[in-house]
Design a protein around this ligand. Structure first.
Ligand SMILES: *Cc1c(COP(=O)(O)O)cnc(C)c1O
Length: 475
């Protein structure tokens, strides 16, 4: 066809994105293109690029929120241009941030909840850095006052999320991480006492350990540190990484003591975008008392108007997530959070019971709300030889769109593989049944097609699920 004819046809097809010239060219990958594209065409092309991402709600490996209600979409859109750092220009957003801080301080039983300090962050990682820095500054002051050297700070933790490894390296603090051991999947008072000394800036337990989903025994560790202080005078503060647990335990296990009811707990962080149910991009850190945050760490800036205090690693940040967090507090209240969590725990426990009927599995974590967050993890029973590994199962579940994490308890226990499934807001019982059905199909497939056994030459190029009965075919 003559080229000019093609252009004519294209002009009349203008409304159809896939008939435009742009849709017929490869998109820029390494260099900025020379020309502009129609907005709807560019949007469609970008949208199509995203096809290969997983479906977020089927991602059961993440702790982060993957479902938000339509009202949150509206509030996020409304606030897309609000910079939360600019508290003079956006005083209402600043006010909502401040309310969230005090609500959390109260939820976590700060004795001075209406007066204490805290702030929003990008997530728990930044919140942990700020909590850790406050501990380091306080420790250094204590050491200086006592005329002691300040060059060898250390932090005692259980098996931690990577942000604490970052904190230790970025801010030059020795990380004394209690290793996982068979039969000991987290911090214990005894192991803490073996590691603390005058250079310990703090002890940091986790509420909802990444590897095990479990709560570490904050109250027991605090009691041990109380005894240590009684015997030696050494007064070691605690920060709790409650990235997940900060939004689960207060609602579902209000009697569990892990927060500011324990005087030794001086600061707490949590991820608003995990069980806080806010969209991605918000975390919180709160100090038990104003005095726990050294004034020296706060900067005052006047170039946005007013004289604004700031303690953060970032400067400009979107305000929408904070606004959404406040909306959720108002919308759900304690009862709303409790009900959502109750469903999540019940769904987790249900999957735990059912999964063990499908193969030679046993639970590593059963979704007990007294012990941890709404999740389950399972492993292959010791001695069982099903002919496939949990890595194979995880891999096979991807065929149906599910992303479940299979991992070893690195770095200390490398011979136990677990699969972990997080249950979050927006994951219904019906979805649990879909997951179980697909797990059953995956196991049937792995039994017939043993992983690691090369296919016969004539099978190599054909689709391999023909050995399954017809009604079991993936749909
Ligand atoms: C998720 C998580 C973090 C990091 O939080 P982000 O909000 O992803 O930055 C830190 N600690 C624990 C225990 C976590 O689960």
């Amino acid at each position: 066809m003559a080229l000019h004819r093609r252009h004519d046809i294209r002009a009349t097809m203008d409304a159809d994105i896939y008939a435009t010239a742009a849709a017929d060219l490869s998109v820029p990958k390494y260099r900025l293109g020379e020309n502009a594209l129609r907005a709807d065409v560019a949007e469609a092309l970008v949208r199509d690029e995203l096809f290969r991402d997983g479906n977020a709600r089927q991602n059961l490996a993440t702790f982060c929120q993957t479902w938000v209600d339509p009202e949150i979409h509206q509030l996020m859109d409304l606030s897309i241009d609000k910079n939360m750092i600019d508290k003079d220009e956006y005083p209402a957003t600043a006010e909502l941030e401040s309310r969230c801080v005090h609500i959390l301080a109260d939820l976590w039983h700060s004795p001075k909840a209406a007066d204490t300090l805290g702030c929003s962050t990008t997530g728990s990682s930044e919140a942990c850095m700020l909590g850790g820095l406050a501990l380091k500054w306080q420790w250094r002051e204590r050491m200086r006052a006592a005329g002691k050297p300040t060059d060898k700070p250390n932090l005692v933790t259980g098996p931690v999320q990577v942000c604490w490894h970052k904190f230790a390296r970025y801010f030059d603090v020795e990380l004394r991480e209690i290793p996982l051991a068979p039969g000991r999947l987290g911090m214990t008072a005894e192991e803490v006492l073996k590691r603390v000394d005058t250079n310990t800036i703090g002890v940091m337990p986790t509420m909802g350990v990444t590897f095990t989903c479990q709560y570490e025994p904050v109250a027991e560790v605090a009691a041990a540190l109380d005894r240590l202080q009684g015997e030696t005078g050494l007064d070691i503060p605690m920060h709790v990484d409650a990235a997940s647990g900060g939004f689960t335990a207060p609602f579902i296990e209000p009697g569990l003591r892990w927060d500011f009811r324990i005087p030794r707990v001086r600061s707490i962080n949590a991820s608003g975008h995990k069980f806080g149910l806010a969209p991605l991009g918000v975390g919180w850190v709160v100090w038990q008392d104003r005095a726990d945050l050294p004034e020296d760490l706060i900067f005052y800036v006047n170039y946005l108007g007013g004289n604004m205090p700031t303690f953060a690693l970032n400067f400009s940040r979107p305000g929408g997530q904070i606004i959404a967090q406040y909306y959720l507090f108002m919308r759900l209240g304690r009862e709303g959070y409790r009900q959502i969590l109750r469903n999540s725990y019940e769904t987790a426990q249900y999957i735990g019971r059912e999964i063990c009927k499908l193969g030679p599995f046993e639970l590593a974590f059963d979704g007990d709300s007294r012990k941890g967050i709404p999740a389950i993890s399972w492993m292959i029973k010791s001695g069982a030889e099903p002919g496939y590994s949990l890595f194979d199962l995880s891999d096979r579940l991807r065929v149906y769109g599910w992303q479940v994490a299979a991992y070893t308890m690195l770095p200390d226990i490398t011979d136990v593989v677990v699969i972990r499934v997080l249950i979050r807001h927006g994951f219904s019982r019906d979805m649990a049944d879909m997951l179980l059905e697909d797990t059953k199909r995956s196991i049937a497939h792995l039994r017939t097609h043993k992983p690691g056994v090369p296919l016969a030459a004539d099978e190599g190029t054909t689709f391999t699920h023909h050995a399954l009965p017809k009604e079991k075919l993936p749909v």
